[in-house]
Design a protein around this ligand. Structure first.
Ligand SMILES: [Zn+2]
Length: 74
C-alpha cells in the first residue's frame, strides 16, 4: 500500500480552462506581436465554463410546449 494517490478521485469543483490552462489569458499573435488577451472560453476567469457552449448545443425542452386545446367538458 504505497500508492494511495493512484485511486484518488478528482474532487468536483471548478475545472481549469484547457485552452488557457486556467490562467484566463491567451497569447495572441495578432498583428505580429504576441500579447495576452482574455481567454474567450472562460472569459478570462481561468475556470472552465460548462454552460458556456452547452447552451448553444442544448435547448431546454418543454419551454415551448404546444398548448393543446382542452376538450370542452360540459
Ligand atoms: Zn480559458
Amino acid at each position: 500500500m504505497a500508492d494511495a494517490e493512484d485511486d484518488e478521485k478528482e474532487p468536483e469543483g471548478p475545472i481549469p480552462c484547457s485552452p488557457c490552462r486556467g490562467t484566463g489569458k491567451l497569447n495572441s499573435n495578432a498583428g505580429g506581436e504576441p500579447q495576452e488577451v482574455d481567454c474567450p472560453w472562460c472569459e478570462g476567469s481561468g475556470v472552465f465554463i460548462e454552460e458556456h457552449d452547452a447552451q448553444a448545443a442544448r435547448r431546454p425542452e418543454g419551454e415551448a410546449a404546444d398548448e393543446k386545446p382542452q376538450p370542452a367538458v360540459d
